[in-house]
Design a protein around this ligand. Structure first.
Ligand code: SF4
Ligand code: ZN
Length: 321
């Protein structure tokens, strides 16, 4: 059995990429040190912040809420709230909402739950059916991603958030980078990174406190703190492109420990280089809903029109695809 590289007690985790092992106590200290370093390195927070943590009920975002709720107790100018988007995915979301409520209440964090059904007009399960009826491609994760990002920004702004913390980890970031390369999506590439630029009155600034932390280590953090949520997987997850990309990157990491960190460094360099070639766009406001948008109508309203959840204004032409 591996021994802790610091004290020699039985190890709970071996960090192959570092050639070190850690017992429970030293793992938690090492974890904390690295998250703090990430926060400092990318200047994630100022002395006064109203931090809203975006929680899905899964381990990463629950760990982010746990971490921030504890850290904020030591910083007098910080307050923390949680925000959960209920997409409406049967057999999956109700379980994660149950876990989320239980832990948020135990940690004394107030929260808001916003649902697709109320805000968009249909649950994700219904949206997928509507899409098929309208002859649109089968794309659960696209609908989910567009509407979730839309609602996260809108709800966080309504909660007066100065920053929106998400549970994205090293694995998520590396997968997104590879997906952008494979799809040649330079628009999304330019938005990668540990934080977004300073917030505006329309956009709430984002921060990923686990940007440099592998997924596996967040699992151990949650288990050692006793809040590992029940494992449930979104029924649409295996249909997504991300699933395959994740599988191949994990294979590479097994064979070449540390490769994820190399990809992360490339991701940071490439996204910064791409950003320089694209002058910052001043967001317009969607003519239908008033939310920030790249064009006269935001992507969420465009999708709602295509799905028949919103009436098409006469002046608006749907994009031809
Ligand atoms: Fe949404 Fe796709 Fe993630 Fe499921 S796997 S929660 S549909 S983005
Ligand atoms: Zn809109």
């Amino acid at each position: 059995m591996a021994k802790c590289s610091v004290c020699g007690k039985p190890a709970v985790y071996v960090a192959k990429y570092e050639g070190k092992a850690y017992c429970a106590d030293h793992f938690l200290k090492w974890f904390d040190k690295r998250v703090r370093k990430t926060i400092r390195k990318y200047r994630m927070f100022g002395p006064k912040e109203h931090i809203v943590v975006a929680v899905s009920g899964g381990k990463d975002s629950l760990a982010a809420l746990h971490y921030m709720s504890r850290l904020s107790k030591r910083v007098p100018g910080w307050t923390v709230e949680a925000l959960l988007i209920d997409e409406g995915i049967e057999g999956y979301r109700p379980i994660t909402i149950r876990d989320f409520k239980r832990w948020a209440e135990e940690w004394g964090v107030s929260y808001r739950i916003v649902s697709f059904k109320e805000e968009i007009g249909a649950s994700l399960d219904e949206i997928i059916k509507l899409g098929l009826e309208k002859g649109l491609p089968y794309q659960p994760c696209t609908y989910c991603g567009v509407f979730r990002r839309y609602l996260l920004n809108k709800a966080a702004r309504e909660m007066d958030a100065t920053v929106l913390v998400t549970g994205h980890n090293l694995d998520d970031e590396v997968q997104t980078f590879m997906m952008n390369i494979l799809r040649h999506d330079m628009d999304r590439m330019s938005r990668l990174g540990p934080t977004t630029d300073a917030g505006t009155e329309y956009f709430v600034r984002r921060a990923k406190i686990f940007y440099e932390i592998p997924e596996k280590e967040i699992v151990i953090y949650s288990m050692l703190h006793g809040f590992f949520p029940e494992f449930v997987e979104c029924p649409y997850a295996r249909l997504g492109f991300r699933w395959d990309v994740r599988h191949y990157i994990n294979l590479l990491e097994e064979r070449y420990p540390g490769i994820k960190y190399n990809i992360l460094k490339s991701a940071l360099d490439v996204s910064q280089a791409v950003r320089k070639t694209r002058p910052p766009q001043h967001p317009q406001l969607c003519k239908i809903c008033g939310e920030p948008s790249k064009g006269p109508v935001c992507r969420a309203c465009e999708l709602r029109i295509m799905l028949g959840l919103l009436e098409k204004p006469d002046w608006f032409e749907l994009p031809k695809k």
